[in-house]
Design a protein around this ligand. Structure first.
Ligand code: IFG
Length: 522
């Protein structure tokens, strides 16, 4: 009996199972080699050359690069359906992650990427460099590679050569989990998004007037009571130590270092409400669910305050492998200036005693910063006398000017989420400045890098985070990574637009800024 007659005997339903009804095969468009954000130091496309990832493609990783290899392969297995084994290097063809042969110029975080018709090779001096090279490769994959379900191929990667390394070592994002609490999963989701743009620090604003978000064994009410609400009176929440360690290790596996912040002496109502003894008058204020700032202050005159800080900082430092512990220090309107300076000077020594480098909002330059203390600039002017003096005395800065980098600011008057006290920040504004030459009298050598703070008075969901962070966070990330010689709005907005189709596949709820042309209406 011939096949035709056999098929004719089969019920239609079974036939449909047999005949591959492949979805309309969208021949994967090859991503433009020059569309990477942040812009690499050097990037040369090999016209007409593509590498095709196939069912037989393997990842070859040098010792120490296996984790990076696995994090490259895992999402690709999900979207291609291919096995994509990670095997010890060397290997012929395939995707090689090598810790030798990189130019010395790429330093600890840079890499060299070569895509030819027969292989993809990423070379770096450190795993962090390979990780950054993998982020660039990630952006060169067809956007379908970010699909959560198996997609039909092909999987072409554009050919070319890149040598790349960062301008600044500190390329951060801050998430305020105090005004509104965000789950471990939501934070991990944000880390995945940040990593794609080579952000390497995540500053978590863990405490404020409206919430205390990290369990401290020696002061248990901080989390259980101080973490029980939020702006607007919602249920709040907090991280157990295990939760915080999960965030830290998830971040570390993606070359992101967590910077925890316990804001003090102001922005402390949640702590003061949790323990009457912390208050100068021995009376605990009620929990606070509004959005005012500057009304609270730890009791700088009480010795218990410093015992409290020592124990909180000690427990947090023990959970934090990163070098920095952020003490906040902002908006201390309810602390007399002399008391504020004495308080900050003493707290810096407590943090240092626990082996951490102090970071603080630039208000701490009103005290006497330790030589190693890092001041985070959040002003809206380009001239700040105390910051200039501190920088000239050796203080290093993280640049977060509120009218450029505060991505909780509205894009424009029509943006429903966010605030506008620092003005509107559209994409061009977020991109249009040079962190190394922003403050009068502050040399580029004083600048460690940049950070995009996302305050959450008005934000409650991951979709809200997406909307405010994208597309502005990649702009800040580019300012942190790319040479200023590549700074060009016309070129940047083209590369930024090319990210849109990938964000769509990733399910990122990004703002379709009218300053950007989004290909395919993505
Ligand atoms: N300023 C406050 C934040 C937050 C912010 C919202 C700093 C350092 C306004 N302090 O920014 O707590 O309320 O844009």
């Amino acid at each position: 009996m011939n096949v035709r007659r056999l098929l004719a005997l089969l019920p239609v339903s079974l036939l449909l199972l047999i005949i591959p009804t492949a979805p309309p095969s969208t021949a994967a468009t090859v991503v433009a080699f020059g569309s990477v954000v942040p812009a690499p130091v050097t990037s040369t496309a090999a016209a007409g050359v593509t590498y095709g990832i196939t069912v037989s493609t393997a990842v070859y990783a040098d010792p120490g690069a296996e984790g990076v290899g696995e994090r490259l392969a895992a999402p690709l297995r999900r979207s291609t359906g291919y096995p994509l084994p990670v095997s010890p290097a060397p290997g012929a063809g395939g995707i090689s992650l090598l810790l030798s042969g990189a130019p010395a110029t790429v330093g600890a975080e840079g890499y060299q990427l070569d895509v030819t018709a027969t292989s993809i090779v990423i070379r770096a001096n450190r795993p962090a460099g390979l990780w950054n090279g993998v982020q660039t490769l990630h952006q060169l994959l067809p956007v379908a590679a970010d699909s959560a379900t198996v997609q039909p191929g092909p999987w072409p990667v554009p050919g070319g050569h890149i040598v790349d390394y960062p301008r600044f070592g500190y390329r951060g994002a801050m998430l305020d989990v105090a005004r509104h609490f965000f789950t471990v999963a939501a934070v991990e989701r944000y880390i995945d998004q940040l990593a794609l743009y080579k952000v390497n620090y995540l500053h978590l604003h863990l405490s404020d007037d409206q919430g205390w978000r990290i369990a401290i064994d020696s002061w248990p009410n901080l989390a259980t009571y101080g973490g029980s609400t939020a702006v607007g009176g919602g249920p709040g929440g907090y991280y157990t130590k295990a939760d915080y360690q999960q965030i830290v290790s998830y971040a570390a596996a993606r070359s992101v270092t967590v910077v925890p912040e316990i804001d003090m002496p102001s922005h402390t109502n949640a702590a003061l409400a949790s323990y009457a003894s912390l208050n100068c008058d021995g009376v605990a204020p009620p929990l606070y669910t509004g959005t005012d700032v500057g009304f609270s202050s730890l009791c700088t005159a009480k010795e218990l305050t410093y015992t409290f800080i020592d124990q909180v900082v000690g427990e947090l430092a023990a959970l934090t492998p990163g070098p920095y512990l952020h003490i906040g220090g902002d908006e201390a309107a309810s602390t007399a200036p002399a008391d504020y300076a004495a308080f900050v000077n003493r707290v810096q020594r407590i943090v240092a005693a626990h082996g951490k480098t102090v970071a603080g909002w630039h208000d701490v330059t009103k005290a006497t910063p330790l030589p190693s203390t890092v001041a985070q600039y959040w002003g809206t002017t380009t001239n700040d006398a105390s910051v200039k003096t501190a920088a000239q005395n050796g203080t290093k800065l993280i640049m977060s000017p509120a009218n450029r980098a505060y991505i909780d600011m509205k894009y424009n008057s029509r943006t429903t989420l966010g605030q506008n006290w620092a003005g509107y920040i559209d994409v061009k504004t977020a991109y249009g400045w040079d962190p190394g030459a922003y403050l009068t009298g502050v040399a580029a050598s004083s600048v460690l890098g940049v950070e995009a703070p996302l305050w959450t008075e008005t934000l409650t969901t991951s979709a809200d985070i997406d909307y405010m962070a994208f597309p502005r966070l990649p702009a800040i990330a580019e300012l942190g990574w790319s040479p200023y010689s590549t700074h060009n709005w016309t070129a940047f907005k083209q590369r930024l637009g090319a990210q849109g189709p990938r964000w769509k596949v990733m399910g990122v709820n990004y703002y379709h800024s009218t300053q950007i042309s989004w290909p395919g209406g993505s």
